[in-house]
Ligand binder design. Structure first.
Ligand code: HEC
Length: 693
């Protein structure tokens, strides 16, 4: 009892002394904290009362509109989040009223920023990367911290080997935040082009006060460095990628940062990068102080499928055979859960190197002969098998026969095309997994829709130089944005917001792409001008300044991130198209798996609980709940951690392709989530908060 009183007094002091915030009631940084478990110890909203949850405020800016993918932070009664226009806002956590705004120098639209790093100090600072700049922002008032870098800014190309002349051709930014180690270093990855030319996405550490670059880890080794022999000669000059765009976890006590890395560029053709390609597609354990490698594990060798490690790792402690081990868990696009001893990198569930097809029809391509597969059960369907497509099996069988599609999980891509499952959308994706450390259960959402993957011959496309705007749009854009430009489930309406973009903004969007939208750098200046005229319904300009349009001399591209659909336009596979899975970390076994999302069309067809393509992630609370949006039915749901039963759902005005947050003020618990704008619902994109009134 005495102990309890002291605790109460202590938490009162922390909660009430100005400038302090107890982290239990806060959502202190991206993913809640450096374990990336997205777990909150708050329990006043729980399985018994979640049905009473109501919307209490929403924040939008009616002058903007578009997507928001941001996991908001709540510290000191302020909710801080990014808006579709790329400005940062701080909101009163109780009322949602605007406190301050911060405008980055140049805005990247659409931005895919998933969160920010918040660091308590004097003053509390926010590290945000926008365009090619890293900002340190004062969390009290939204002004830059002028003694950080040059006037609060660090050139985000610092320490990367991109010549000035290549900057417009190789845009570098970051849509995932980093971590702060030892009150000293801001450790962060970056986003680099998936197509060539690109640059190695090295991992860097900056001093949190001065912005000085402190260390760089070469994700593509220099000649002589460990792993250089897993590439062709001078790989750093030719190849790129292997970047971290997922976010990272930090073991503060051991001083180890765990970094998941992406595939090498170009994603789908690797003849110019012969070998295993370390440290692409790895989980890296780096010494946080020095950036030196402690261990690594590669989850896809010589990636030809864009199987980035796109989920932040989770720091967990598992009990096996009566022994506790501090471990790092990684969920992957393949639908695998890998688990490693944090110190040694030894796998806690066995991993088999499974032989795969090594015959590629692409010139010079040498697929790696084996791929690692853990023995614990996958959480997504593996390979495109007949038993998965009962609903449209006749049509599918005939299609496969006619087009001679191959269907293996690790089938080397070809110009004829192959059907793959899981795809680069996942399995798991950037929402990652949440973990309840009290029950040692991991929760992961996954997509279960196949792709048709085809390599395209860019030389032919360039030589053809088609200039008819409508033909160009139908060829390259309508599969996702619809022939009427009004959007499909795969891409947004282009008749509203996009129509009002400046030409330069459109050129930039088309050049860069933003997965799932591919880059269209292979199109000529005239072709881009034609497409833009079609979007804006204006007269075709001669061309765009070709200086701004990076040339791409690459021989091959791909057909875009394209789902394999049946003649009705539905996924050519049986439901569920998306799932939520609970895994017991002590055994690796699946405790339950339920469909995530409900496609209204399928419901009408008498197929309920179809599950849906999902993008975004879950959080877990001590109240026994999982909160997740992420689905195209624009629902926000609470599930029971024990059973997977949906206990509450709320119709949002747009899709929540983001990770929610939860926090408490004066003992009252809130849940907040960022929601994409949606024209039909007259919502411009922003934040919606819930509480029990
Ligand atoms: C594989 C699907 C796909 C293809 C193909 C595709 N897009 Fe997109 N596009 C998307 C997605 C998804 C977004 C992201 C929307 C968001 O930010 O929420 C997008 C975003 C955009 C935007 C920004 C929209 C906004 O409101 O900010 C524009 C403009 C655009 N696409 C134009 C095009 C054009 C022109 C083409 C053809 C040259 C094309 N897209 C091809 C999927 C696709």
């Amino acid at each position: 009892m005495k102990h309890l009183l002291i605790c109460l007094l202590f938490s009162y002091l922390i909660a009430c002394s100005p400038g302090k915030q107890d982290t239990t009631s806060a959502w202190p940084t991206f993913g809640h904290d450096v374990t990336q478990n997205k777990f909150s110890a708050l329990a006043s909203i729980n399985t018994t009362n979640v049905t009473q949850l109501r919307e209490v405020w929403r924040y939008e800016d009616t002058t903007e509109g578009g997507g928001v993918y941001f996991n908001p932070v709540m510290m000191k009664n302020r909710v801080v989040g990014l808006m579709p226009s790329n400005k940062l806002v701080a909101l009163n956590a109780i009322t949602g009223k605007l406190l301050w705004e911060f405008f980055p120098d140049s805005s990247e639209i659409p931005n895919w920023s998933k969160g920010m790093t918040y660091h308590p100090g004097n003053p509390d600072r926010i590290f945000l990367i926008s365009g090619g700049t890293l900002y340190a922002i004062n969390a009290e008032n939204g002004t830059v911290i002028t003694n950080f870098g040059k006037n609060g800014r660090v050139d985000f190309y610092e320490g990367l080997e991109v010549p000035d002349s290549m900057r417009t051709r190789i845009p570098v930014s970051s849509n995932a935040p980093g971590v702060v180690y030892n009150n000293e270093l801001f450790i962060v990855g970056c986003k680099v082009p998936d197509e060539l030319p690109s640059t190695p996405g090295d991992i860097r550490a900056f001093n949190i006060n001065t912005g000085k670059l402190e260390w760089v880890f070469h994700v593509i080794p220099k000649p002589g460095e460990f792993g250089a022999d897993t590439w062709g000669d001078n790989a750093r000059l030719r190849n790129g990628g292997a970047n971290c765009w997922a976010g990272m976890a930090l073991d503060e006590k051991r001083g180890i940062v765990f970094v998941p890395t992406a595939s090498p560029s170009f994603d789908f053709y690797g003849a110019d990068r012969p070998g295993q390609n370390l440290f692409a597609n790895c989980i890296l354990a780096l010494n946080a102080k020095t950036g030196k490698r402690i261990w690594h594990f590669q989850t896809t060798h010589h990636d030809l499928w864009d199987r980035d490690n796109g989920s932040p790792p989770n720091l967990v402690t598992v009990t096996r055979d009566g022994k506790e081990t501090d471990a790092v868990a990684l969920v992957t696009k393949m639908g695998y859960l890998f688990l490693f001893d944090r110190e040694t990198g030894n796998p806690l569930y066995d991993i088999n190197e499974v032989p795969v097809d090594t015959v590629s029809k692409m010139p010079g391509e040498k697929p790696w002969p084996t791929q690692p597969v853990p023995v614990n059960p996958p959480f997504a369907r593996q390979g495109y098998e007949e038993k998965f497509f009962g609903r449209s099996s006749e049509w599918i069988r005939a299609e496969i026969e006619k087009n001679k599609y191959k269907t293996g999980i690790y089938e080397p891509p070809s110009m004829e095309g192959s059907i793959i499952l899981p795809t680069a959308h996942g399995g798991a994706n950037w929402g990652g997994a949440s973990v309840n450390p009290e029950t040692n259960t991991l929760f992961v959402n996954a997509t279960d829709i196949p792709w048709i993957l085809k390599i395209t011959d860019l030389k032919k496309i360039r030589a053809g130089n088609e200039l008819n705007p409508e033909i160009l749009f139908r060829t390259y854009c309508s599969s996702c944005h619809g022939a009427d430009k009004k959007g499909t489930g795969l891409g947004p309406d282009l008749t509203t917001r996009a129509k009002n973009y400046k030409d330069e903004q459109l050129v930039s969007i088309l050049q860069k792409g933003a997965p799932p939208m591919p880059s269209f750098r292979f199109l000529s200046g005239e072709q881009i001008a034609a497409i833009i005229s079609y979007l804006k319904e204006t007269v075709v300009q001669q061309s765009f300044e070709t200086a701004n349009i990076p040339e791409n001399n690459e021989p091959y591209g791909f057909n875009g991130y394209s789902f394999y659909l049946d003649p009705e336009g539905h996924p050519a596979i049986d439901p569920p198209f998306g799932t939520l899975t609970a895994i017991d970390l002590n055994t690796g076994n699946i405790v339950w798996q339920v469909p995530l999302g409900e496609d209204p069309q399928f419901k009408k067809m008498g197929i309920p609980n179809s599950g849906m393509f999902n993008r975004g992630g879950s959080i877990a609370t001590a109240g026994g709940l999982i909160f997740i949006g992420a689905t195209g039915d624009n629902m926000f749901r609470a599930f029971d951690q024990k059973t997977g039963k949906a206990l509450w759902e709320y119709q949002l005005p747009g899709m929540a392709s983001s990770i929610p947050s939860t926090y408490a003020v004066d003992g009252k618990q809130y849940v907040v989530v960022s929601v994409n704008g949606k024209q039909e619902n007259n919502f411009k994109g922003g934040y919606i908060a819930f509480a029990i009134p």
